[in-house]
Design a protein around this ligand. Structure first.
Ligand code: GCB
Length: 890
């Protein structure tokens, strides 16, 4: 009852407040639209629900009270176990809300607006089904006037269905059919009621505002502004109205106006385009000056304003082509940015305006000038922020990973749904100056390629090309002012997903988006250049963007050397330093490449994906530069801040790797200063240059116990300092090195091993389980510490160990990884210590009594000049070593 009173008292009185701030010089008439947010007072229940729940007299007291935004799904935890509180249920969630008597008087309509419901929404008012909307990301509205009853409360029931897509499921023909993210269920954005005159700007235009602004020509003298209004009269009487269109500048001064009479017949919808001249326009200049105007369109009946819509817009022109790349207002602008998903810890998709604002602030601080909306339409609040921050946005249709559930043709219903969602995307976002690209698909064949791989490469490749061509044409017809883009995973990539015979899709859209993971899923970061050169030659007329690149980064997992282990792309571990390395190396290749119009790293934030268990996280993709809870900015965040930000940056890396494994460390910082100095425990270490914005002090010696490291630099007169504290072991205690990626493993005898380090040559290898690429530490027997033997260095290699002069005992931990008996028995390793042979023709399998069995060998060695040199060689199979332990000789 209190809720009802609050609702009727607050929002349904005759003098409702204007929702938008009006330009100062416009007559401050009350808004002719009443907008009533319906955020509170909902009852929620997941799963099986009786018919009776659609009726007024149903007792929902056992249902949960919820406020919007709401989603029942929660996932993503950094924990050793899947933490409690995770909810990955897919199916139907039911919502009930009682409204007061809001039956509109003759001539008024009540429209309900949903800003986003995952994924299929069904609405009942007073027990009668009003409609269905399929698509988890777009706004939609229903006119519920005829379903309302006067003199009583009115019951809204909404079913939100996020069933897993599959043959026969309710979401079988609703994109996305797949993807590396989780479609959260529920009323995860706002819901509101609009009470409006029966004649007005069309609220039934695919969720669009009804008023669409474009700037067909721009000179320094004037911009031509074309305002398309879609009008609709749902009433039974013809109306003689007038349409006024104003443009106001950012200070609210009206700078252009037009007025014209409009006749609307009963039940008629019509379009009117108004052309205005905007004198001496101030341009929307991206991050340097994201200047916004507002257009206000008003409909009057005589003197009375019956409807009004205000939409911000920007005056800007841009082109994107193979030759000049991206050009904004006549000036080339190098786009560098990141993708963003719409979820975070504890909230899933149910984000508040503050959450959006925090995300945008984090991105802006890093110096991003472009955002990719991965992989779907983002909230209006977010796109408004992008307009105001000056981001260039690549907006996307959620046509991701799959076009059918087998390799066959996609269903006509799927195409119809994709066309609907694309129309909604474009109409609802048309006025955002930030949005400059319509993306019509992302890796739409990869699902079929993976399925085929799992079947041993059999089956026809997917046939989604016609669908893509169709969607591309629709985007161009809806909005000729913005280019289209398709995002490809695999062409010319050395990956089994680039199937022979796979269809080519990169020639469909105007711009080519490339998701390329050299250095992570395949190859080396530097291989990217050759791939780009190839594609440029193949598609000489099309602009290309690197729409994804990156690596997993677990901020509780560390390595002493990012080159020291094998990458377990979809598994564990994911040392934070490996992520930094992949970004540094990729940026060297792409940062100034004239083959690319823009780059979008993957991803700004860790995000929920139930198909993943990696790094330290469950149900998370950990390629974010910032953690799921937004509390941790990984080192790579500061790498890009040093590249892109106008602010002075000096950041010592490795802040979370505090308990160091080695007393000798390459200290690193990211800075946009030309050089930086380091002190350790107050003692000057030296000044180094910072090429590529990376400063490195090699081989810095730490004291046993606590160390304070402090870096100093100067940039444009600003003095910068960054300080961190590390704990180091005593150099006199020796070194314990494990030939793997993860540092800090303690063995049964209490020795703490760092990760592989101090090596040159050879290659890192790890034991793997079939299927998922996880380490199988228990595969090696004959040791109380199988984890020490889960990985190894192989081939011809050496270790240059920093050790105080004196006598040491070196212990080598080895095993034979080769199961094949002939190969295992052929191994004959030779090891030299400071040039002296310590092992000759050593065969680990015969020494241990078989393959996958641990064996150790120890020998004394004298350190001179602060160093011991170990050299490994061994004919055809090379040498192998899993760990090296150096202890003072007793
Ligand atoms: C991709 C997909 C994206 C994934 C990403 C990854 O190519 O477009 O949705 O999340 O790779 O992390 O593997």
């Amino acid at each position: 009852a209190t809720m009802l009173a609050a609702l009727s008292g607050l929002t349904f009185n005759a003098t409702a407040q204007a929702q938008e701030a009006q330009p100062r010089q416009v007559e401050a008439a009350p808004s002719p639209r009443q907008v009533t947010p319906l955020m509170d007072g909902w009852r929620f229940h997941f799963g099986e629900t009786p018919e009776a729940a659609l009726q007024q007299d149903f007792d929902d007291s056992a249902w949960t009270s919820v406020s919007l935004p709401h989603s029942w799904n929660r996932m993503g935890n950094y924990a050793p176990e899947r933490a409690e509180g995770s909810d990955v249920r897919q199916g139907s969630g039911w919502y009930r809300l009682n409204l007061p008597d809001i039956k509109p008087p003759e001539g008024k309509r009540v429209i309900i607006q949903f800003d986003g419901v995952g994924a299929i929404a069904d609405l009942w008012v007073n027990g009668t089904h009003v409609g269905t909307h399929k698509g988890a990301f777009s706004r939609f509205r229903f006119d519920i006037s005829d379903y309302l009853k006067s003199g009583q409360t009115n019951l809204l029931v909404v079913r939100a269905d996020n069933s897993k897509p599959g043959p026969g499921s309710t979401t079988e023909h609703v994109i996305p059919l797949g993807g590396d993210f989780f479609v959260h269920g529920g009323l995860y954005r706002g819901v509101s009621l609009l009470t409006v005159d029966s004649a007005g700007f069309d609220l039934m235009d695919h969720g669009g505002p009804g008023v669409y602004v474009s700037t067909p020509s721009i000179t320094a003298e004037a911009a031509k502004v074309a305002v398309l209004t879609r009008l609709r009269n749902t009433g039974r009487k013809p109306r003689r109205l007038s349409l006024t269109t104003h443009i106001a500048d950012a200070d609210g001064r009206i700078v252009a106006t037009s007025m014209q009479p409009v006749a609307l017949e009963a039940s008629q919808a019509r379009e009117i385009t108004t052309a205005l001249a905007l004198p001496k326009p101030r341009l929307w200049q991206g991050r340097s000056d994201p200047y916004l105007y507002k257009v206000t369109a008003e409909l009057r009946d005589g003197k009375r304003i019956i409807d009004r819509v205000t939409e911000p817009f920007g005056v800007r022109s841009f082109t994107i082509d193979a030759g000049r790349g991206f050009v904004l207002n006549g000036q080339p602008l190098r786009l560098h940015g990141a993708s963003r998903h719409q979820d975070r810890q504890g909230k899933g998709w149910a984000l508040t305006p503050e959450d959006h604002a925090e995300d945008m602030a984090i991105m802006a601080e890093m110096g991003v000038n472009t955002v990719r909306h991965a992989h779907y339409q983002h909230a209006q609040e977010w796109s408004d922020l992008a307009d105001r921050t000056g981001m260039v946005v690549k907006a996307e249709l959620p046509f991701v990973h799959q076009s059918a559930f087998d390799d066959g043709l996609s269903a006509p219903e799927l195409l119809a749904n994709a066309r609907q969602q694309l129309t909604e995307l474009i109409r609802q976002n048309y006025n955002h100056p930030s949005i400059m690209l319509w993306s019509v698909g992302n890796e739409i064949d990869i699902g079929a390629a993976i399925a085929a791989l799992q079947r041993g490469g059999k089956g026809e490749p997917a046939k989604s090309r016609d669908m893509l061509i169709n969607l591309d044409a629709l985007a161009k017809a809806e909005d000729p002012s913005r280019p289209t883009v398709y995002v490809d995973c695999c062409e010319a990539v050395p990956s089994p997903l680039a199937r022979p015979g796979a269809q080519i899709l990169n020639d469909v859209t105007q711009v080519i988006g490339l998701n390329r993971y050299f250095g992570w899923y395949y190859g080396q970061p530097s291989d990217l250049t050759a791939a780009l050169v190839d594609l440029r030659a193949k598609y000489p007329g099309r602009a290309m963007g690197l729409t994804e690149y990156g690596a997993g980064g677990a901020f509780t997992q560390h390595t002493d050397n990012p080159l020291g282990g094998t990458v377990h792309a979809n598994g564990r571990p994911h040392p934070e330093e490996v992520q930094s390395w992949v970004h540094e190396e990729t940026w060297k290749v792409v940062g100034s490449s004239n083959l690319l119009a823009g780059t979008w790293l993957w991803n700004m934030f860790d995000f929920a994906s139930t198909s993943r268990e990696e790094g330290e996280a469950y149900d998370l993709n950990d390629k974010g530069l910032v953690s799921y809870d937004r509390k941790t900015r990984k080192d790579a965040y500061y790498f890009y801040k040093a590249q892109w930000s106008q602010e002075p940056v000096l950041y010592l890396t490795g802040r979370r790797y505090v308990d160091r494994a080695y007393p000798v460390v390459d200290v690193r910082a990211y800075s946009n200063a030309s050089s930086a100095s380091l002190t350790v425990n107050g003692r000057a270490v030296g000044t180094v240059a910072c090429p590529q914005r990376i400063c490195v002090w090699p081989g810095v010696k730490l004291a046993a116990g606590e160390n304070e490291l402090s870096a100093q630099a100067e940039r444009e007169g600003a003095q910068l300092t960054d300080t961190l504290r590390w704990t180091a072991p005593d150099a006199a205690a020796g070194l314990n090195i494990r030939a793997g990626h993860l540092t800090g493993i303690t063995t049964s005898d209490g020795l703490r091993f760092g990760s592989d380090n101090f090596f040159s040559g050879g290659r890192a290898s790890g034991l793997r389980l079939a299927g998922r690429t996880r380490l199988a530490p228990s595969n090696v027997t004959g040791t109380p510490d199988p984890e020490l033997y889960g990985s190894y260095r192989a081939g011809e290699f050496s270790y240059s160990l920093p050790l105080p002069d004196g006598l040491w005992t070196v212990t080598l931990h080895m095993f034979e990884p080769e199961i094949d008996a002939a190969k295992a028995s052929a191994r004959a390793m030779t090891v030299q210590a400071n040039g002296k042979q310590v092992l000759t023709g050593f065969n680990p399998a015969s020494a241990a009594g078989g393959s996958l069995k641990a064996v150790t060998r120890s020998f004394p060695v004298q350190a001179r000049g602060g160093q011991v040199m170990l050299t490994f060689s061994g004919g055809e199979g090379g040498a192998v070593v899993s760990a090296i332990s150096v202890q003072p000789k007793r």
